[in-house]
Design a protein around this ligand. Structure first.
Ligand SMILES: Cc1cc2nc3c(=O)[nH]c(=O)nc-3n(C[C@H](O)[C@H](O)[C@H](O)COP(=O)(O)OP(=O)(O)OC[C@H]3O[C@@H](n4cnc5c(N)ncnc54)[C@H](O)[C@@H]3O)c2cc1C
Length: 486
């Protein structure tokens, strides 16, 4: 017994010694082991700065170095080095839009997928192969030439990698075609032991990995390529209307009218109740997948007097790129969420009240903006996939994910804002529960760090644990940040 304890102690001491002694050298080991397609960047270089850049400043950290692998083989080499040296905090970054600190940043080795930026359209199969380091804007732009598009993000700058792998991806086309993850046909992935594998959705033998990689987070390897379904794309109609907070009664009535009556799967809306520098404002994002909406469908929004309106027929790319989300890029930020199964006036009023309450309370703590986004989907949204996915765990529940966003400037306010984001979600959760509309699973891409795995994956959590243990017995992916199955 004493011998065992001494042995364990010896192992722990040697691992921590190896870790601290080796961190700096790992960058050199990687640099000398990868091919010319890939490169390591050191602090001070402009590429290093780009590789570390995130949407939210609070999600960034300085790393020992960054590495841009240019081939799946080099991702494999890098993962093996990191695993063997137990170099902690090696993290993957695709679009860098995860707001949770340490989920895609690290003091160790920052892996940037930026060189996985190739796109190949297959007109016959109606699919496109895309590199996991691309942002959705690039995919939409390159597919314009073929008059097709894919199910992807609703705003500019979002990475394909995190959007699909870390949550599944809600889109303006979700009512029509499901989550982005429902539209994945195959993936190329580097497993935690370095094996490069093509996982095909229609192959029974790949079923577990295909399930886990779509929404289960970065726990099962590094995805290098996705094959996605494409759909014919015409011009679309929509974008944003901004109203004064004084129009709350009309806008909330319009939201309820839409959620009660709309059955048209070509629609998508997001309605944000926000406080911007102390002022209550409301923003409606409207979408219709044709150059003009079906008559009357959005009239209740269009008839309300607005501060500004940017609605009209345009390309899908233009719709995505004219989103005003980059107004808060580069400041500090956090998301949190609850999920609900229906929209009640009580819930909408509570969102507005929470926004106003915290908006005025946190003014002196450098709050720029808080936003409470209602994102209603039709039940059809959850019945498009051919195979099951890590998220959502229950497709018979009509989940509406609510996005709660706080943006602020001062680092000294971090803990205040994180507390507020947690408290406000808890209050809304209680209200949804008392209204009988609380859904069982939270959307992982909106959930704040520390959210229990069971709250995200429900009855899928055990299966995901099991797959994780099979695929990654040495817990290489545990060296990265993110929601973990450990
Ligand atoms: C302004 C804004 C708008 C948004 N709009 C939407 C929206 O319309 N719909 C929606 O569903 N979500 C939306 N989100 C949430 C978004 O989907 C998540 O933040 C998502 O994780 C971002 O992906 P990324 O690749 O940019 O992030 P990153 O920060 O690069 O990565 C996020 C996570 O995924 C992991 N990861 C990244 N690439 C890979 C890979 N290749 N293999 C394995 N793991 C990987 C990372 O390690 C990290 O844990 C939005 C977020 C922001 C900030």
């Amino acid at each position: 017994m004493v011998f065992r304890i001494l042995l364990l102690l010896f192992i722990v001491i040697s691992i921590s010694f190896t870790y601290s002694a080796v961190t700096g050298d790992v960058c050199a080991i990687i640099a000398s082991s990868i091919s010319d397609a890939s490169q390591v960047f050191r602090p001070g270089s402009s590429q290093y700065a780009l590789d570390l850049e995130h949407f939210a400043l609070s999600a960034e950290q300085n790393s020992s170095c960054s590495v841009e692998p240019g081939s799946a083989q080099d991702v494999s080499t890098i993962l093996q080095i990191l695993g063997n040296t137990r170099t902690k905090f090696a993290v993957i970054k695709s679009g860098g839009h995860d707001l949770n600190p340490k989920f895609s940043s690290t003091p160790g080795v920052q892996i940037s997928m930026a060189r996985f930026n190739q796109l190949q359209f297959d007109a016959q199969a109606s699919t496109v192969e895309v590199g996991s380091g691309m942002i959705w804007d690039d995919v939409y732009e390159q597919l314009q030439a073929y008059n097709v598009s894919v199910v992807g993000a609703r705003t500019t700058g979002i990475g394909i990698g995190g959007y699909i792998v870390a949550g599944g991806g809600y889109s303006y086309k979700t009512n029509q075609h499901g989550l982005a993850s429902d539209n994945v046909v195959a993936m190329e992935v580097v497993l935690p032991d370095g094996e490069i594998k093509t996982v095909v959705g229609s192959r029974l033998v790949d079923r577990d990995l295909f399930f886990a990689l779509r929404g289960g987070g970065n726990n099962f390897g590094v995805v290098t390529k996705f094959t996605l379904k494409t759909y014919p794309q015409t011009e679309v109609w929509g974008r944003s209307i901004i109203y004064s907070g004084t129009e709350f009664a009309s806008v909330s009535a319009a939201v309820l009218n839409y959620t009660s009556n709309n059955k048209d799967i070509k629609t998508g809306i997001q309605c944000t109740f926000a406080t911007l520098q102390g002022q209550d404002i409301i923003m409606a994002n409207l979408f219709y997948d044709a150059p003009a909406p079906a008559p009357g469908i959005f009239d209740s929004f269009l008839l309300i007097p607005s501060i500004s309106s940017d609605i009209g027929a345009r390309s899908y790319l233009s719709l995505i790129q004219s989103a005003n989300t980059n107004l808060t890029a580069g400041v500090r930020g956090i998301y949190n969420t609850i999920s609900h199964t229906a929209v009640t006036m009580n819930l909408v009023e509570s969102m507005q009240n929470q926004s106003s309450f915290y908006g005025s309370m946190l003014q002196s703590n450098s709050l720029l903006l808080n936003g409470y986004v209602i994102e209603p989907f039709l039940p059809e949204a959850y019945h498009h996939g051919d195979t099951d996915t890590a998220y959502p765990p229950n497709r018979n529940e009509n989940i509406h994910p609510m996005n709660i966003y706080y943006a602020w400037t001062s680092e000294s306010s971090d803990s205040i804002m994180l507390d507020a984001a947690r408290q406000t979600a808890a209050s809304l959760q209680q209200i949804a529960s008392s209204n009988g509309i609380l859904a069982s699973a939270k959307y992982p891409n909106y959930a704040i760090f520390g959210t229990p795995i069971g709250d995200l994956y429900g009855e899928n959590a055990d299966r995901l644990h099991h797959i994780k243990n099979l695929v990654d017995p040495f817990n290489v992916m545990g060296l990265t940040g993110g929601f973990k199955f450990e």
